[in-house]
Ligand binder design. Sequence first.
Ligand code: TYD
Length: 252
Amino acid sequence: MTNKGLFISFEGIDGAGKSTHIDALARAFAAQGKAVTSTREPGGTALAERLRAMILGDPMDPMTEALLVFAARRDHLQQVIEPALKRGEVLLCDRFTDATFAYQGSGRGFDLATLCYLERLVQTVKGTAGDFVRQPDLTVWFDLAPEIAAQRLAGARVPDKFEAQPAAFFQRVSDGYLQRLQADPKRFARIAADQPREAVWQDVLRAFIQRGWLEPKFTSKMTVIADPDPQSMASDSCDNGCCNPGADPGPV
Ligand code: TYD
């Protein structure tokens, strides 16, 4: 990592338990003196957050959903992602375009070729060496069987439109993530998210240390929860209160 920013996205089916790891990574990078921007999709700007509320709350056909997701992404890229990367920051993004291929493409069955077109249209950026399609430098995929994710989500809160989908939907979403990984394996770190939370955290850390982006001396004593409460750690060793051990578009 030089003065160029670092773009990291986090993916997985609902209930895979990304959030605590994203928070912990933000602390790890900050401990190393890096400026960190944590953001999410859909969302991350005032406009995109309004679109998020519609995408997660309102019934709509798959094309409308895909177009709204990419509209939110365009605003987010222009207002938040590109400026943070230009400033040389670490940009941690809870979901990005892999989620669109997994949820709208694989999950809903929306046309993948159209999603590829929209991806290029929305994410093409002017670089010093020419135009390129913005993608994360690394995508951390929390891979979890849909049945385990469903157990974790059960009773956690009122489910949104996606969380209320049946297990078969999440199996297709999971297959969609696998296809994205197979198309670009070097961009992905696949994490077995069915382990206890601290074991998942060690795997996440390893992915960053191996790439030279985090130094072990800053992270060796870090746990995934800041200032853990020993009692809650004993009874809650994974997220959500349960545990399973075991035609070519122009540039931006
Ligand atoms: P999520 O990231 O799980 O946030 P929270 O933890 O607050 O629920 O929720 C975002 C939802 O949006 C998730 O169900 C996946 C869905 N989504 C899409 O369907 N397509 C997309 O392109 C993105 C980014 C998200």
